[in-house]
Unconditional design. Structure first.
Ligand code: SAM
Length: 222
């Protein structure tokens, strides 16, 4: 079990990194409810047993199948950028361990998360069900195409780096919606982008921060 000190330390590190990067992100402090969700969801529940001693370190950790659970600061930043609201329906591409979806489950009405690796999709669904998080549905498939049957969405978060912004994800965003996505090639410069669709359907793009993500595979690869 996590000690309160470990979780507190993780929060302090996130707050410090938020401040260091505020010149780039424009964010000096993450929303209170986002930070509360980061406390409520115990990261140790989402990492393999041999990684539990490192669960509250501010770094990515391996989760098997060559994939990772993202760094806590990045999870907090991406969640904050979405501006999640209580009645939102959100799509996540890249369920991985299920951690990001679990954080969002505390902040919005419903999350659909899609994972391309069948073993990870099953593991994430089993874990989230066991944790009693009923407002998350894990789907297996290629998130490049989104999930049109459940859209349009108030927000979309992509947790693997795409070579370009998938057009169908923009299509599946509601007017007023936000898409947070790392864009760039593997082992090369990637930027976390915030894409906003206004009420008239006009789309604007903003580079937030240089990041390093595992690649989006499937149709969005390369
Ligand atoms: N959000 C995850 C979490 O909280 O643990 C971390 C995601 S990990 C950095 C990226 C995930 O995206 C991997 O599990 C990977 O298999 C998945 N992925 C890569 N390409 C995908 C695609 N085209 N569709 C759906 N999932 C994809």
């Amino acid at each position: 079990m996590a000690s309160k000190d470990e979780v507190k330390q993780m929060l302090r590190t996130i707050e410090r990194e938020c401040l260091y990067t505020s010149g780039l992100t424009g964010i000096k402090k993450f929303q209170k409810r986002v930070m509360e969700a980061m406390v409520e969801v115990l990261r140790e529940k989402f990492v393999p047993d041999h990684m539990k001693p490192f669960a509250y370190d501010n770094g990515p950790l391996p989760i098997g199948n060559g994939q990772t659970i993202s760094q806590p600061y990045i999870v907090a930043l991406m969640t904050d950028l979405l501006l999640p609201e209580q009645n939102d329906v959100i799509l996540e591409v890249g369920a991985g361990s299920g951690y990001q979806a679990a954080i969002l489950s505390k902040l919005v009405k419903q999350i659909y998360t899609i994972e391309i690796i069948p073993a990870l999709a099953k593991q994430a669904q089993d874990r989230l069900t066991k944790l009693g998080l009923k407002n998350i549905e894990v789907c297996q498939g290629d998130g490049y195409y989104g999930l049109p049957q459940h859209g349009p969405f108030d927000g979309i978060i992509v947790t693997a780096a795409a070579s370009h912004v998938p057009p169908l994800l923009i299509e599946q965003l509601k007017p007023g919606g936000r898409l947070v996505i790392p864009v760039g090639l593997p082992h090369s410069l990637q930027y976390l982008m915030l894409i906003e669709k206004d009420q008239k359907g006009e789309v604007t793009y903003r580079e937030i921060l240089a990041v390093a993500f595992v690649p989006l595979t499937g149709a969005g690869h390369g």
